[in-house]
Design a protein around this ligand. Structure first.
Ligand code: ADP
Ligand code: MG
Length: 358
């Protein structure tokens, strides 16, 4: 439910009905302040006031909870949407998702994946024999020193590069079996990218950049707008939606790239050193965004990083060295600080006490 939208709707309907805040308050037997709070989107009317409020504003309950008029043609669709939102907020999103989707389903599965780069006189084994699985809703980090094969691995999962041997399954689909044409649409349907070069188009506004990703997927315009405005608010970029990418900060650009990556609700979000070009404050914000996305939206994220602090935001970390996964670490009921310390310990063990340098 969009409290702000509901608030403005209440205000507009109150005025349409020729009522001041005090008059409405008096009719409902509550304070002026309560009305003002609703109208500013700061609180919702009490359940017991829903009915009398709807009568006074001459709207239906569905319209109140949606915050807009519902025409007869869209009644069915909108009513369902309202009902779903109400049930979701009532049950709590987490519980709701456990009940409705197989939350522990595997989104990504790698089996004995290998990549050899052949040039005329040399062959480099960039990835040796990597196998792992990622469950829906998890935030997984891949750590390793420069040259350990992280980007190669991510590019294979991104379907940008082909594995020499082994299997990569995304949403149960073996990507080796897809043609170039199929791959392009597979990428659009299933994957979201947050790479260091933001790849936002400079001739489009932030809003248009994000909308573009959704338009390609043929999502209706109203849904596009709703989705973008909601996510922009969550990621704190509402104020820059009408600006061009070169008019905003690096951190804001990265968060825009995040909104773009997740707006289409991809099965898997891939991020290669996403904080590499950010100052520490923006980096922290981006990482917290990833955590929020995985917790609240069940987004599945695979992030490559060489930085232990960034990795400490993840649920699980895979440590790569010389093209192999040498260790993995799962976050337990512990603080970020404790997890960070364990990450450093594991890194030290793998590298024989020599700390990582990029
Ligand atoms: P990381 O991202 O961990 O720094 P990369 O995946 O970029 O590591 O590289 C792993 C190894 O593969 C390195 O030895 C690198 O030189 C080699 N490599 C990466 N890309 C290519 C390529 N296109 N051709 C040949 N060798 C490559
Ligand atoms: Mg790299």
């Amino acid at each position: 439910m969009d409290q702000k939208k509901i608030g403005s709707f209440i205000a507009a309907r109150r005025k349409d009905n020729g009522l001041t805040q005090s008059q409405l308050a008096e009719k409902l037997g509550i304070t002026d302040k309560a009305i003002s709070k609703w109208e500013n989107g700061k609180s919702m009317p009490d359940l017991s006031l829903f009915s009398p409020l709807c009568d006074l504003l001459q709207i239906t309950l569905n319209e109140l909870l949606l915050g807009e008029f519902i025409s007869d043609e869209s009644l069915k669709e909108k009513s369902n949407q309202v009902l779903l939102e109400v049930v979701t907020s009532w049950l709590g999103k987490d519980q709701w998702e456990i009940k409705t989707s197989s939350q522990m389903s595997t989104v990504l599965k790698l089996k004995n994946v290998k990549k050899i780069y052949e040039t005329e006189c040399t062959s480099t084994v960039a990835v040796k024999d990597v196998s792992f699985e990622i469950a829906k809703g998890s935030f997984v980090g891949i750590m390793g020193a420069s040259g350990s094969g992280k980007t190669t691995l991510l590019n294979m999962v991104a379907t940008i590069d082909k594995a020499t041997s082994g299997q990569i399954e995304i949403d149960g689909e073996d990507i080796a079996g897809l043609s170039e044409n199929d791959l392009a649409s597979f990428r659009r349907e299933h994957l979201g990218f947050v790479f260091q070069e933001y790849n936002l188009l400079d001739t489009l506004t932030v809003y248009e950049n994000i909308a573009l990703a959704l338009t390609i997927k043929q999502i209706p315009k109203v849904t596009v707008k709703r989705t973008i405005l909601n996510l922009a608010e969550r990621l704190d970029i509402s104020d820059v939606l009408n600006k061009f990418p070169y008019e905003i900060s690096g951190g804001q650009r990265q968060r825009c790239a995040c909104v773009r990556a997740i707006a289409a609700n991809p099965s898997l979000i891939l991020a290669d050193e996403p904080t590499g070009a950010l100052d520490s404050y923006s980096a922290k914000q981006l990482l917290e965004t990833f955590v929020m996305l995985s917790r609240e939206y069940s987004a599945t994220i695979l992030m490559v990083t060489h930085d232990a602090l960034s990795a400490s935001y993840c649920d699980k970390i895979l440590f790569m060295q010389d093209g192999e996964i040498k260790a993995s670490l799962e976050r337990e009921q512990e603080s970020k600080q404790d997890f960070f310390t364990r990450i450093l310990d594991t890194m030290a063990k793998i590298t024989g006490g020599v700390p990582y340098v990029s």
